[in-house]
Design a protein around this ligand. Sequence first.
Ligand code: NAI
Length: 266
Amino acid sequence: MGLLKNQVALVTGASSGIGKSVAFYLAKEGAQVAVNYYSDKEGAEDVVQKIKDIGRSAFAIQADVGSEEDVLRMFKAVYDEYDNLDILVSNAGIQKDAPFEEMTLDQWNAVIRTNLTGAFLCAKQAVKYFLKRGVVEGISKSAGKIIFMSSVHQEIPWAGHINYSASKGGLTELMRSLSQETANKLIRVNSIAPGAIKTPINEDVWKDDEKHKHLLKLIPYNRLGEPEDIAEAAVWLASDKSEYVNGTTLFVDGGMTLYPGFIDNG
Ligand code: NAI
């Protein structure tokens, strides 16, 4: 308890799934949390209430991370409410799947806009603030922490989901280059790459017995991940426990990136 005491966090796409759990776990460790949502106000209010129920502070803020105007409004709301920011978890993400030859430009643009441009727009505002504010003694050893929610598909190619894997591959170099640019200002930038986590984004898979069984073959640890598996990693990456971790991706995937197809000699 208290790893993030007196810190302020903004979590995007926090009305469901991984973001919802991350927001709650950051709050459990003492952070005040801005819960961003796109359209699910009720989901966001539910997260806020759960955080308030454990005696922490949170508020919900609507914004489309792909819109610069919305992102500016969202960051202003955070400063108006808490007059501070220590942690950005850029988590919002979508999938729009299609065979490559049928993928429309709209499907391509929508995924890049949310998963990559959204991360850029949010990280830019966070970096601006962290550079201006610097390190606050007694709060954190870093001037600010950014965690991008990437995916195992920054590494594993994903046929039929090329817009998505391209967005996460792009996000990886955004993360690494930004860390290179800002580490000497004591801003820490890292990614989490979840494997298959049970959330609304992939419920068509884990709610179907056959697809679920097939998916397990890709996970050496033999279970799907829970949002809490990712939230625990986010708490660690946001805290001073990981102070020397910069520009890296933490894979939280039950071994999905271990090429399980080679378990029986390939
Ligand atoms: P989810 O669908 O529950 O969460 C995505 C959230 O992003 C939703 O709350 C949605 O409203 C929000 N969002 C979508 N477009 C937005 C926009 N323009 N502005 C603001 N918010 C927006 O799914 P999940 O799984 O929790 O996804 C969270 C992140 O984790 C995503 O970036 C996803 O790519 C990533 N991820 C998820 C995996 C999984 O197996 N569930 C695996 C690897 C990565």
